[in-house]
Design a protein around this ligand. Structure first.
Ligand SMILES: [Ca+2]
Length: 491
């Protein structure tokens, strides 16, 4: 679709932006048209499980771009998104961990803009990854769960991503090839607009989950095949996620540290993951791609070894919890010749990843339609800081009880403003702490639910002292609580 009636660059950009939005709205993407979204919800809820997980869900193709955002002689930068799976924000060498060394990620950090106050809005794997694909909150992309309600086939929820303005789909309109490896919960990779990928079916990655653990060869092949085209690489290996079963040499590295077996295996799996990152970076270097490739690093959600007496396979205040052990992540951005190696105190969200990558690709006018903010200007030094002082998030049940109505399964909402963090549990959380809502044992809430919870993260970064009952903090709680209620209401 080439629109020639526009006479200047701004109008051409507007035409491309409108074309992208037009295609997304046409295919009923949540967040763009509430009326159409409501129809979509009803259609999905009414649909009986039918189609097998054989191929991509049907989706309308996007129009071709109306212009090239950069001068023709400038080769568009390649984009690599590295997503760690289930790793605490504390468990990196560059974050100061006393035992865990992550040489490859530390080296990347050493040359990156480093955002150490990073967060995912939802610490549940599938919802978090969908945010990294779409730049939307879970209540917008509607993938608020790891599993659909009982009675629904997995592919019955694939239209959520197939009809979203997912990053690979937008990049394709600007000439990017894209490759999905590792975790991907949305069926066939083409559902998110990837041009190439490893996952074609399954719960959360299928063949894609071999990346990093078994081989890195598919990435080498993609890099060789895509020579001449700008590319986007989704590297989301199931590492250092369980099973913590790394090769013996990694276990041996922690054998004399006085660790229990579970902690030793977790730390060793982090080293295994780090070596896979080293291999990826070397592949880029060997092909002389480093200079024209931007790399963004983030974790999808945190993880902690369960303590004695905890009922779960992971620490209570980690994965799928509203505490920083589940939500917080460092965010690294490196684009040689553009970004500066520097620490930043700004509050950043995984919502910022899509706008940042679109900005680097020269598609900032598309990025501006999203709620997140591009980190590029702060990373390059063109801006001193991001124009915001707060970020928000929301938690959900593991298994949805109903599709298309996120409110029903919301368990917590949270806000961080400056060093203050307020967490408000919902009635759903309180109920599911007693008897799992929807009858699914995976919906049992193991986190504390007798909130509110207020923490001063500057003096208490691990959220050990709830200040909600401190009468001197009543004003802060009221302010943050009102901001959170407004955020939940105005959407
Ligand atoms: Ca995860």
């Amino acid at each position: 679709m080439r629109i020639m009636i526009f006479g200047n660059q701004g109008q051409l950009r507007a035409a491309h932006f409108a074309a992208v939005l037009w295609a997304c709205c046409l295919s009923a993407g949540p967040g763009y048209s509430s009326a159409v979204a409501q129809q979509e919800k009803k259609a999905i809820q009414a649909k009986a499980p039918a189609r097998k997980e054989a191929g991509p869900a049907p989706v309308a193709p996007l129009p071709k771009p109306t212009e090239d955002a950069q001068p023709a002689q400038v080769r568009k930068p390649n984009l690599v998104l590295i997503i760690a799976d289930d790793q605490s924000w504390t468990d990196f060498g560059f974050m100061g961990h006393p035992l865990v060394k992550t040489p490859a990620i530390d080296a990347l950090a050493a040359k990156s803009a480093r955002f150490t106050n990073g967060y995912v809005p939802t610490s549940l794997c599938r919802a978090s990854l969908a945010t990294l694909l779409t730049g939307q909150y879970a209540h917008e992309h509607m993938i608020c769960f790891n599993d659909p309600p009982k009675g629904f086939s997995r592919d019955s929820v694939h239209p959520f991503i197939a009809r979203s303005p997912a990053l690979p789909r937008i990049l394709a309109t600007a000439g990017y090839r894209s490759f999905q490896t590792g975790k991907f919960w949305e069926g066939h990779y083409a559902n998110a607009g990837f041009t190439d990928g490893m996952t074609v079916k399954g719960r959360h990655g299928d063949t894609g989950l071999t990346i990093g653990r078994t081989s890195m060869e598919p990435i080498a092949k993609f890099l060789d095949d895509s020579a001449g085209s700008p590319f986007f690489l989704w590297y989301a290996p199931m590492l250092p996620h369980t099973p913590h079963n790394p090769p013996q040499k990694y276990l041996d590295a922690f054998a004399d540290k006085g660790l229990d077996k579970a902690t030793q295996a977790y730390y060793a799996t982090i080293r295994w993951f780090d070596d896979s990152v080293a291999e990826l970076l070397k592949m880029l270097e060997d092909r002389k791609l480093t200079e024209n490739t931007a790399i963004l690093f983030i974790v999808d959600n945190g993880w902690a070894v369960p303590q004695a007496g905890e009922r779960s396979a992971y620490g209570v205040k980690s994965k799928n919890s509203p505490f920083d052990g589940g939500l917080r992540t460092p965010v690294l951005l490196s684009w040689p010749g553009h970004t500066e190696a520097k620490d930043h105190e700004d509050l950043v969200s995984s919502l910022d990843v899509v706008p940042t990558l679109l900005d680097i690709a020269g598609l900032s006018y598309v990025a501006r339609s999203l709620q997140g903010m591009s980190l590029l200007n702060v990373s390059t030094g063109r801006s001193p800081k991001l124009p915001r002082d707060r970020i928000f998030g929301e938690l959900f049940l593991h298994t949805a009880t109903k599709l298309g109505e996120p409110e029903i399964d919301t368990t917590y909402r949270w806000i961080r403003r400056g060093d203050w963090k307020l967490i408000l549990p919902t009635e759903v959380a309180a109920k599911s702490a007693v008897e799992p809502v929807g009858g699914d044992p995976l919906n049992r809430i193991i986190n504390p639910t007798k909130g509110p919870f207020l923490y001063d993260l500057k003096n208490d970064p691990h959220e050990t002292k709830n200040l909600a009952d401190d009468p001197t903090k009543a004003g802060v709680i009221a302010e943050l609580g009102e901001a959170l209620r407004q955020w939940a209401k105005n959407r």
